[in-house]
Design a protein around this ligand. Structure first.
Ligand SMILES: O=C(O)C(=O)C[C@]1(C(=O)O)C=C[C@@H](O)C=C1
Length: 277
């Protein structure tokens, strides 16, 4: 910082005026964004369950956000602001609730994840277990569920109508906030788009699934007597799973998601500005 500016009260007044003008523009633009809600409702017909939520569109918006990002702001702070905006816009079209469960017993992590990605405009209900979240979403209605990928219960075996629609976190960076691995499940969406990456429930494994090229083992857990179930994600089809894991497995698609976004520079925190800026 230049010495001559330190303690200059006039300069501070000018900078605050600049911040006020920017804040006013941001606020006016947000209100302008909200004027499209009524037309969105008309065009999309949000009277039906799940009619407002478009996970594919949200994923591409996050990709664009990361692509254009630069400067001092931590990318996850901007991500969080947009998640609040998008989630609020979804709820304004068709109210919905979010259902979550402690992540390996960690209630705070589950609340952080739900609020980071779905904001404070939507009700958050905590369920006792992952199975309860699945049962709640399976029952239908305007609800989304957040399921942890850690843990030793194969909750994905309960997915029938409900499907995986996104993977969290969207942005992959070291030490990011709300970074616990999870997926979002939803009842059948009004306007489903085939995701780039498909998730499969793979039952009947005689051992834990090994790491293999082209397959991501999102989670796996024992069930029955000596059997394992895996939640697998791949851009390839069922054949890739049988070829790499085993034949004779019970495999079913359970939704999918858009690719997550690597952020190689990591998350710059507010307290550690990057020297590169
Ligand atoms: O693009 C839409 O379909 C919208 O409803 C808008 C919007 C947004 O606020 O940008 C809100 C909800 C959807 O999940 C995706 C995007």
């Amino acid at each position: 910082m230049s010495e001559s500016l330190t303690g200059d009260p006039q300069r501070l007044v000018e900078l605050r005026a600049k911040i006020d003008a920017i804040d006013e523009s941001v606020h006016r633009l947000l209100m302008q964004r909200a004027t499209v809600i009524d037309t969105l409702i008309e065009v999309k017909g949000t009277a039906r369950n799940g009619a407002a939520f478009r996970p594919g569109r949200e994923a591409s918006m996050m990709h664009e956000l990361v692509a254009r990002h630069g400067g001092h702001l931590p990318v996850t702070a901007v991500e969080h602001l947009w998640r609040e905006i998008i989630s609020t816009f979804t709820a304004l079209q068709a109210p919905f609730s979010v259902h979550a469960t402690p992540m390996e017993g960690d209630l705070m992590a589950a609340v952080d994840t739900a609020r980071f990605y779905f904001g404070f405009s939507v009700p958050l209900l905590m369920e006792a277990t992952a199975q309860d979240v699945v049962a709640t979403i399976e029952a239908g209605g305007d609800k989304l569920g957040i399921l942890p990928l850690e843990g030793l219960y194969p909750w994905w075996q309960g997915l029938r109508k409900a499907q995986i629609v996104c993977r969290l976190p969207f942005i992959e960076a070291e030490n990011r906030p709300a970074g616990r691995p999870a997926v979002v499940i939803a009842p059948p969406l009004a306007d489903p788009v085939s995701p780039e990456i498909t998730c499969y429930r793979v039952d009947g494994l005689s051992a834990m699934a090994p790491v293999s090229e082209g397959l991501t083992i999102l989670s796996q857990a024992p069930y029955g007597t000596g059997l394992f179930s895996a939640l697998v994600a791949t851009r390839e089809g069922v054949d890739a799973i049988t070829a790499r894991l085993s034949h004779g497995l019970d495999i079913a698609p359970v939704g999918g998601y858009a690719p997550t976004i690597p952020y190689p520079n990591g998350v710059q925190t507010a307290s550690t500005p990057s020297a590169k800026l």
